[in-house]
Design a protein around this ligand. Structure first.
Ligand code: PMP
Length: 432
């Protein structure tokens, strides 16, 4: 088949037909808006997705970061089948959830205890509630461009459609959706990330219950914390009696088995996990200091019909068992070679770009002269040009997020990376 010749007509036809029953033809707004339109997939196979037109596509969405073992890991699928045969939902406790909890507590430095939930959005709510109960204070510090779910009280100055507003040192909160309750943002204070002086100054006001951050900023860009930033944030939280919450929904099990906290050596009070924790099954967790988590058994309400759903717990246990040190070593080699290869190809094609991040999650921003340090830097990238590049890649059988993020799984091996780099070379020529 000719380079750049893939067609997506059947996907387009089905999306249009599905819109009769599914609002907008998709079940998450984050699946709208990409070129040439939302796709319909028949199945996954390792690093590949097969779509309704029969195209075999190398996938760097990886379930928005969830499928760290690829689309069809045999051990996870076997475990899920076995558990499903024993029953679907008990509204009670079962041995598999204890095994799951112990595995996570052994692997995540901050996790003395945990509670499971079903989505990252939800456990972010639980964390804010816990922090307010523990401190008796009200304000949650949130950072521009960081995303912690779609609920009214946190969907501020974040994707989708964020335009930074106000001066760098005092951002104006930007509401995230039509219909969102403007009053629900009253408990937030929004500042720029990676700026320790700004955080210290905000904490000094004394009203902060919690500082909630992505410890490496991966919703916009893939940005490591500045040296000393996480340590400084923790010290400042201690000094002012605030809870430090790391949202590791993306970074967890991707920057390493112990997440960003292990990679950067800073242990927060509370940690949020989801996505890769169970390789795409709907599991989230809030974990952290035992004295904080124990508040859930002492008057702080946390519920959920699907919490610790047995089939998802089986997926979690099988996923965690597959996430060996060897998995990270091997996939990191391929992910790093991919990232370095893209950087070189874009440079040779004369495309100004920044390629930055981590072996299993990195970001490509067109039009930037220097590496991004925070959201405002990322916002200066040439999104329209990158979107054209992403579309050219898709026509060559490589699917990447238009916001610039690339997620790598253990199925993205040497051959997949070679095929990807060939497509990148070709797509770069097409847009240069
Ligand atoms: N936190 C972060 C850092 C995320 O990236 C996301 C999802 N992209 C969420 C929270 C929300 O998770 P969920 O989509 O599972 O509700």
């Amino acid at each position: 088949q000719q380079a750049g010749a893939l067609r997506f007509d059947e996907s387009a036809r089905q999306i249009a037909a599905n819109a009769r029953f599914i609002a907008g033809g998709v079940n998450s707004n984050f699946r709208l808006g990409m070129q040439p339109g939302p796709l319909v997939f028949e199945r996954g196979e390792g690093a590949y997705l097969i779509d309704a037109d029969g195209n075999r596509i190398i996938d760097y969405y990886c379930g928005m970061g969830a499928t760290v073992l690829g689309h069809t890991p045999a051990t996870v699928i076997e475990a899920v089948k076995r558990q499903a045969e024993k029953g679907i939902l008990f509204a009670g406790q079962m041995p598999i959830e204890a095994e799951a909890a112990q595995l996570i507590c052994e692997r995540i430095p901050s996790a003395e205890r945990l509670r499971f939930g079903s989505s990252g959005s939800e456990v972010a709510q639980a964390a804010m509630r816990l922090a307010r109960a523990a401190t008796g204070k009200h304000t949650i510090v949130k950072f521009e461009g960081h995303y912690h779910g779609w609920f009214d009280n946190i969907l501020w100055s974040t994707a989708p459609g964020l335009n930074a507003a106000g001066p760098d040192e005092a951002p104006t909160p930007v509401i995230g959706s039509k219909g969102q309750d403007p009053a629900a943002g009253e408990g937030l204070s929004i500042i720029g990330w990676n700026d320790l002086a700004a955080l210290e100054a905000r904490l000094a006001k004394g009203d902060v219950a919690a500082v909630l951050m992505e410890p490496a900023m991966c919703n916009q860009g893939a940005i490591a914390p500045a040296p000393g930033y996480l340590e400084g944030a923790l010290a400042a939280c201690r000094k002012h009696g605030a809870i430090l919450i790391f949202d590791e929904v993306i970074t967890g099990f991707r920057l390493g088995r112990g997440g960003a906290q292990e990679r950067f050596g800073v242990t927060p009070d509370l940690t949020l996990m989801a996505k890769a924790i169970a390789n795409g099954f709907p599991v989230a967790a809030i974990a952290g200091r035992a004295d904080l988590l124990d508040l859930f058994a002492d008057g702080v309400l946390h519920g959920g019909t699907f919490n610790a759903q047995p089939v998802s717990m089986a997926a979690l246990v099988a996923t965690q068992k597959a996430l060996t040190p060897e998995h990270y070593e091997r996939s990191s080699v391929h992910g790093q070679r991919l990232q370095d290869g893209i950087r070189t190809i874009l440079k040779e094609a004369g495309i100004k770009a920044q390629v930055a991040g981590f072996p299993l999650m990195f970001h490509v921003a067109f039009g930037l002269d220097a590496p991004a340090r925070n959201y405002r830097d990322v916002a200066r990238a040439d999104k329209a040009a990158y979107s054209r590049f992403a579309h050219e890649l898709l026509k060559r059988g490589v699917r990447v997020l238009e916001r610039g993020a690339w997620f790598v799984s253990s199925e993205h091996d040497a051959a997949v990376v070679d095929a990807t780099l060939a497509a990148v070379r070709d797509a770069a020529r097409a847009v240069a």
